[in-house]
Design a protein around this ligand. Structure first.
Ligand code: PAF
Length: 283
């Protein structure tokens, strides 16, 4: 496994792969890797000749200095895990070489970045757009993989790649969960064992709505009941719970006309911000 930190060294290696007509799968990460990342990596290993993984905690996408500072960093553990899983290249840039000067551009996703996460994390998607564009230029992958736990991020990047005609295919990979239903996330490392139990309420709420929708129950009633479930879990502080049309992430209050929907939730446990969602195809 090659471990590279200089962008120039990475692009040289990538052009040697391209000369040999080798296909490249790319998995961008911020490290603190878990089985969710591994499922993206395993899919890339299956579908491409070579797999490149980046580890970079991108300061541009944090609107809160303390969240950035507290983001878990366990680089030695991560590199060991990537080696054991036969990744070909790990790109671990230093902030100063990756952003020799703070970029003045940002990617504007219009109304799509004002909804859901965008309402609560100002500038987040604009920063994700910049880092992913830059990675896609450097790695020039055939396929790039994103976890569907971050559904809005996946949809925005897919749209960005269409609008800017990036040649790679953007692939969403299903969320991996604990037995309790809790979605795997690097942030779960900051939870105590009690916090991990509390956080399982997030997925219980999502499944309650899913069951209700399958039984064709009224959406407003379901949302009220799930709000009660969330309120009754004392260690959980709900930030938002919305049912949206995945086409434009607009909030819906009934689903009779839709062929798909997503139930999206964000909240805090022990001061750690967690998100999850459940996608449902209806027809
Ligand atoms: O989902 C993440 O971990 C990050 O937003 C990403 C895609 C690696 C960009 O920094």
């Amino acid at each position: 496994m090659r471990i590279i930190s200089a962008p120039g060294e990475l692009t040289e290696l990538i052009s040697s792969f391209k000369k040999n007509n080798q296909t490249i799968g790319f998995v961008p990460t911020m490290g603190a890797l878990h089985d969710g990342h591994l499922s993206l990596i395993h899919q890339s290993l299956k579908e491409n000749d070579l797999t490149v993984v980046s580890i970079f905690v991108n300061p541009l996408q944090f609107d809160n200095a303390s969240d950035l500072e507290k983001y878990p960093r366990v680089i030695d553990e991560d590199i060991k895990m990537l080696g054991e899983n036969h990744v070909d290249v790990v790109f671990v840039p230093e902030e100063q070489t990756f952003y020799p000067q703070k970029p003045i551009i940002s990617i504007d996703f219009g109304v799509l970045s004002e909804r859901l996460e965008g309402k609560f994390r100002k500038g987040h998607f604009e920063g994700v757009g910049v880092v992913i564009s830059k990675f896609l230029h450097l790695v020039d992958p055939d396929r790039v993989y994103f976890g569907l736990k971050d559904l809005q991020q996946y949809l925005l990047i897919k749209r960005m790649c269409t609008d800017l005609q990036f040649q790679c295919k953007v692939i969403g990979v299903n969320t991996v969960r604990e037995e309790s239903g809790l979605a795997l996330s690097s942030r779960n490392r900051r939870l105590s064992s009690e916090g991990l139990k509390v956080a399982a309420v997030i997925n219980r709420g999502l499944n309650f709505i899913k069951k209700g929708i399958i039984e064709q129950s009224d959406l407003q009633r379901l949302l009220k009941e799930v709000n009660k479930i969330y309120e009754s879990e004392k260690g959980f502080e709900l930030e938002y719970l919305e049912v949206v049309n995945p086409a434009d992430l607009s909030s819906i209050d009934n689903y009779s006309h839709l062929s798909e929907l997503a139930i999206c939730v964000a909240g805090y446990v022990e001061g750690v911000r967690l998100i999850d969602n459940l996608y449902l195809r209806l027809k």
